[in-house]
Design a protein around this ligand. Structure first.
Ligand SMILES: Cc1ncc(C[n+]2csc(CCOP(=O)(O)OP(=O)(O)O)c2C)c(N)n1
Ligand code: SF4
Length: 284
């Protein structure tokens, strides 16, 4: 039996009061408890930023790594021990900016991990510069005349690279978000949940109320479409109407499923066998 208390950490929380990150944290705990996954079976990896502090606020295995570098670590950890539930908490700057290259290749590889991106459209930790997902024209203290670049659309990019599970959630609806996180964890392969996360300190526009007026649920069943064209129409929508939910879902073989070497069990449980490596090296 596992309950929310098992995931409660004693670390002092440094987020601003009212930050959208609190809703995401609550949704994560609820999802793990509802799936009956015990903390020792969970590994959470993060990069750098306010979002990346999330693993400190849960009690389970964690690794707080380098800026933009959570996905390669998660990939290595999943290959070493595929019995673990591996989650990544990242910000839009950390994942789509600094770690953009890793984002692309983790999707291509289809490693069985769940990526939760706290998308607040700014670099919160460094005081509110525009991130890659900021809309063109957005004014910040560093971009007083407005952002000149086009906004990065992570969901459309994920679809174009063949991601099998693409979803958008909202920090303002932790119950719905918990359901999305549960579905993402259950999905065998790479799963992306991009989360609308108000930054109450540095973004006066994208508030909880702004999102509440615009989000809608396009799929009543909740499983998401399985054709890319329909999904692309949804992920391309932004502005007056913003779709949330599973926006695409289709099964395909994950990276770990295709590795024969893992069928005998996780690598961490194997005997150390340096001789096997030596014979490989001798053959080079
Ligand atoms: C290599 C490197 N470059 C830049 C920084 C400075 N830095 C720290 S956090 C951050 C951006 C974080 O933004 P985001 O991922 O959106 O997270 P948030 O704080 O908004 O949750 C930056 C640029 C750093 N720590 N390391
Ligand atoms: S700066 Fe923004 S994202 Fe960071 S904790 Fe404060 S409200 Fe949240």
């Amino acid at each position: 039996m596992v309950n929310i208390k098992d995931y409660e950490s004693t670390a002092e929380n440094k987020w601003c009061p009212g930050c959208g990150n609190f809703g995401i944290l609550a949704a994560m705990k609820s999802a793990l408890v509802k799936l009956k996954i015990t903390p020792e079976k969970v590994l959470i990896i993060s990069g750098i930023g306010q979002a990346a502090n999330t693993p400190h606020y849960l009690k389970c295995n964690m690794f707080h790594s380098l800026h933009g570098r959570a996905l390669p670590l998660a990939t290595g950890a999943k290959l070493a021990n595929h019995d673990l539930t591996v989650l990544v908490n990242s910000g839009d700057g950390d994942c789509y900016g600094e770690g953009g290259n890793h984002f692309l290749h983790a999707i291509r590889r289809n490693i069985d991990i769940t990526l939760l991106v706290h998308n607040n459209k700014v670099y919160g930790l460094t005081k509110g510069q525009a991130s890659p997902t900021a809309d063109r024209g957005t004014k910040t203290r560093l971009q007083p005349r407005g952002v000149l670049s086009e906004s990065f659309n992570p969901l459309t990019v994920a679809l174009s690279l063949g991601a099998g599970f693409v979803a958008r959630g909202s920090a303002g609806d932790p119950e719905h978000l918990s359901g999305l996180i549960q579905a993402a964890i259950k999905f065998k392969g790479f799963s992306l949940v991009d989360i609308l996360q108000p930054c109450v300190s540095f973004d006066p526009i994208h508030t909880f109320a702004w999102y509440k007026k615009r989000v809608y649920h396009p799929d009543d069943k909740g499983d998401g479409p399985d054709d890319v064209q329909t999904a692309m129409k949804l992920t391309g929508q932004w502005g007056d109407k913003i779709p949330v939910g599973i926006l695409y879902q289709k099964k395909k073989a994950s990276y770990t499923d295709q590795l024969d070497v893992l069928t005998a069990g996780p690598l961490v449980a194997r005997k150390y066998a340096p001789d096997a490596l030596q014979s490989l090296l001798d053959g080079l």
